[in-house]
Design a protein around this ligand. Structure first.
Ligand code: AMP
Ligand code: GLY
Length: 443
């Protein structure tokens, strides 16, 4: 079998890793990949937005199945392009990817489908948006409608802050084209979870539920990022809650997408806020696996991923998937200055080996002609640990994060603090509180 993974981050390293485990003999390609995927796949030096060259590569290497990691090429129509050429692809069409690429569109779909989500409205006119802010009660959330790498939502405790965010998007274009249309919505209180549903547009199989840590700083402070760490499974996500999520969120959304003539196939990622009554509210939809969620979810599958991707790419129902019963925690190692202006170029020292169950996935790394591994992106690695208990996985992930060395490394030591508090282990929440506002630099 010839497989192509599109993307070059930690999620794609985890995808390649899982696919390689299942298919030791496969020809596995990754475009563009990274120094981590280079060890288990053949990297193709093609950017994810170069649809022509990706299609040529699929042709040249006789690819049987392409799995698209990031949202941008999906929104640009990579899946449509490959399908038009008769190739099997796991990932939605450009029209269906609008569920992530346009928050205004996602809101319309949710309203039409009766899916619980924050009351809100889309604007491209500055004065109309400012007038809406004046009428809105505090706190409120201002979001760039387009793709902004997880950094396009501004939670505003006051209307004054919301006015600033609106101006930054619609007046001074600080979010670029992504912020030409914005969504202003009510603030939802509760605990967030990431529910990843594999779907052919009608049938659903859920991956193990994960919890991301979007804020930069320990104790969930600081700006939003692409994600600073995650764990899975999440005790909050009971079977009863997940049945409700399927019934109230996933099935109505998929039905509405079919009704509009843009059926969604691939991974429908529902970012949910679970309120104090246990009810789910949609914060956002994504059209692909999460990063870093993939780095905890994929290692928990007991095989069958390739078969699942293949079936969905053929329009068939995803086969039922089983988790292996372990727990996983991943810690993101980022460069000082992330998310605004990460430092680049630091030399990396990776330990020769890691304890059993620990995998270091590469994200923003590059190996120079001199053979030296350097940090080149905001998020540089994710350190995943899989263990028989959450507590053990948390400890191993943290230790793995410490073991990787580069100048300016930052990471959160409190990944999973809500789960630890839920399990009654120590006073993790209190610990997180005391360090609020501090970023941990290389120990
Ligand atoms: P988004 O870009 O929509 O995924 O938002 C990024 C993050 O901002 C979310 O993961 C939440 O933590 C926060 N957020 C976005 N919308 C809301 C909302 N309506 N209420 C509370 N928090 C929100
Ligand atoms: N970790 C959040 C995302 O992938 O969008």
């Amino acid at each position: 079998m010839r497989l192509l993974v599109v993307g070059g981050g930690g999620r794609e390293h985890a995808l390649c890793w899982a696919l390689r485990q299942e298919n030791p003999e496969a020809q596995l390609y990754c475009a563009p990949g990274n120094p981590g995927t280079d060890e288990i796949a053949r990297n193709l030096s093609i950017a994810t937005d170069d649809l022509d060259r990706l299609a040529d590569a699929a042709d040249m290497h006789g690819i049987d199945l392409t799995i698209v990691g990031p949202e941008a090429p999906l929104a640009q129509g990579l899946a449509d392009r490959l399908r038009a050429e008769g190739r099997l692809v796991f990932g939605p069409s450009a029209a269906a990817a609008q569920l992530e690429a346009s928050k205004a569109f996602a809101k319309e779909i949710m309203v039409a489908a009766g899916v619980p989500t924050a009351v809100g409205q889309a604007f491209s006119d500055l004065s109309e948006a400012l007038a809406y802010v004046e009428r809105h009660r505090e706190p409120l959330v201002v979001k760039a409608s387009g793709l902004a790498g997880g950094k396009g939502a501004v939670v505003c405790p006051t209307r004054a802050e919301a006015r600033n965010a609106v101006r930054a998007m619609l007046e001074t274009n600080q979010f670029g084209p992504a912020g030409r249309t914005i969504v202003i919505e009510a603030f939802l209180e509760g605990e967030e979870i990431s529910v990843l549903a594999v779907t052919n547009g009608r049938d659903i199989e859920l991956l193990p539920v994960a919890q991301d840590h979007k804020r930069l700083l320990e104790g969930d402070g600081g700006p939003n990022t692409g994600g600073m760490g995650a764990y899975s499974p999440v005790a909050l996500a009971t079977p009863v809650l997940l049945d409700r999520v399927k019934r109230e969120v996933l099935h109505p959304t998929l039905e509405e997408m079919r009704r509009q003539g843009t059926p969604f196939s691939g991974v429908l990622y529902a970012g949910l806020m679970i309120d104090h009554t246990g009810a789910p509210w949609v914060v956002e939809f994504n059209c692909r696996l999460g990063d870093p969620e993939a780095q905890v979810v994929l290692p928990l599958m007991s095989g069958g991923l390739t078969d699942t991707f293949l079936n969905v790419a053929q329009g068939k129902a995803p086969p039922s998937m089983k988790a292996n019963g372990y727990s996983a925690v991943t810690t993101v190692l980022a460069s000082r200055g992330y998310p605004d202006a990460p430092e680049k170029g630091a030399t990396i020292i990776l330990p020769e080996s890691q304890p059993y169950g620990v995998t270091i996935y590469h994200s923003g790394t590059s190996r120079g002609a001199d053979g030296v591994l350097r940090a080149v992106g905001g998020r540089v690695f994710t350190a995943t640990a899989v263990a028989t208990s959450f507590t053990e996985a948390q400890r191993l992930s943290r230790e793995a994060a410490v073991s990787v060395g580069f100048e300016g490394k930052i990471f959160r030591r409190d990944i999973g603090w809500r789960e630890a508090a839920r399990l009654g282990q120590g006073n993790a929440a209190a610990t997180a509180e005391t360090v609020r506002g501090k970023t941990i630099v290389t120990p």
